[in-house]
Ligand binder design. Structure first.
Ligand SMILES: NC(=O)c1ccc[n+]([C@@H]2O[C@H](COP(=O)([O-])OP(=O)(O)OC[C@H]3O[C@@H](n4cnc5c(N)ncnc54)[C@H](OP(=O)(O)O)[C@@H]3O)[C@@H](O)[C@H]2O)c1
Length: 314
């Protein structure tokens, strides 16, 4: 039923993609969309959690070095509330952001949560200090991490819990086994992974159902193209982190001239490019700045021409 679409939507999709299939008198959208042509505004994570594809990353609402409280805590609360006002209903966070402060701020700003808001958190990275990240995939650690995130987020169940890193010192089946147990206990609805190859996703799926991946990806950093293609084939959500370049920024004069042509900035162009890259793409740009948040959310309405899209992909 997911790919059954109305006649009106059919016309929009077919005009944009040329990809349509007729079956049994019904109009079906093709299950995959050519790169540069994705048009669906929403995606169902795990087949049941429908989100607007442009989300928000809550790592940047913490202090310097992703450590402690932000310099202006009231502003961080405002940013979170405003993201939801602007239609964001997928917020990404982690126990490691702050640590703890990102999850605490989300609860402070948004609890009791509006219906349909999906909070995706993570566990499996610990924080000895600012800008320091150390994997810990031991089952005991992960079980405790899930319980602590539930408490901080004031949730009875976490909709999407992502293993922040596969810990090279711990067999993946042990780490994922702990998350499977938490899922069976009703503490987690769906499980996702972060910074993994297509092969690692396949291996993980032998242990537990996986619904999403979170890897570094933007038009300037395409290292994980094959993992993304795997996600698209398998209908897994792909949450690109650093969607507007993160700490490294974005390069390329092509993006600047495209931005100019659309009276936009390169950040908005980068996000529009991602949304058009794949129908499973769920960008989670992060910011502490209300204006940047508004600019980023406007990317959902920016459509690049196929030529513009290709010139950034080149
Ligand atoms: N799974 C992982 O391992 C992993 C790793 C890193 C991040 N993440 C997740 O991915 C999310 C995004 O990653 P990220 O924060 O590294 O990268 P990002 O969203 O690409 O970049 C955020 C940076 O860009 C700036 N920015 C954002 N929008 C802007 C705009 N319109 N104009 C000017 N500057 C803008 C922000 O500064 P201002 O505050 O000044 O706007 C911030 O410094 C994080 O929030 C987190 O949820 C996951």
């Amino acid at each position: 039923m997911d790919n059954l679409i109305t006649r009106r939507k059919f016309l929009e999709v077919s005009m944009a993609t040329g990809a349509t299939v007729f079956a049994g008198g019904k109009i079906l959208a093709a299950s995959t969309t050519a790169p540069g042509m994705a048009t669906n505004p929403t995606f169902k994570i795990g087949g049941d959690l429908e989100v607007n594809r442009l989300g928000f990353g809550a790592m940047r609402i913490t202090g310097e070095g992703i450590w402690g409280w932000p310099p202006d805590r009231a502003n961080a609360v405002k940013v979170l509330k405003h993201a939801v006002d602007l239609g964001v209903n997928l917020i990404d966070t982690a126990d490691a952001y702050g640590p703890e402060t990102s999850e605490l701020l989300i609860a402070e700003a948004l609890h009791p949560y509006p219906k349909g808001l999906i909070i995706a958190t993570k566990g499996g990275l610990t924080r000895p200090g600012p800008d320091e990240w150390v994997p810990n995939g031991r089952p005991e650690h992960l079980k405790e991490a899930v319980d602590k995130s539930l408490k901080r987020l004031k949730l009875e169940r976490i909709d999407l819990y992502q293993l922040h890193r596969i810990d090279p010192k711990v067999p993946a089946e042990d780490s994922l086994g702990a998350l499977k147990e938490a899922q069976q206990a009703g503490k987690i609805r769906h499980i996702g992974l972060s910074e993994v190859s297509a092969r690692q996703i396949e291996e993980a799926r032998k242990i537990v159902p996986i619904v999403s991946i979170q890897n570094r990806y933007n038009f300037d950093d395409r290292k994980w193209d094959s993992a993304l293609d795997y996600c698209q084939r398998e209908s897994l959500g792909f949450l690109p982190w650093a969607p507007v370049g993160g700490n490294r920024g974005l390069s390329g004069s092509a993006a600047e001239s495209i931005a100019k042509a659309h009276n936009a900035d390169v950040y908005r162009v980068a996000l529009a490019w991602l949304l058009q890259r794949s129908p499973v793409m769920l960008p989670i740009p992060g910011t502490q700045n209300l204006q940047h948040l508004e600019d980023n959310c406007a990317a959902a309405k920016l459509k690049l021409t196929p030529e513009e899209w290709k010139s950034l992909a080149a």
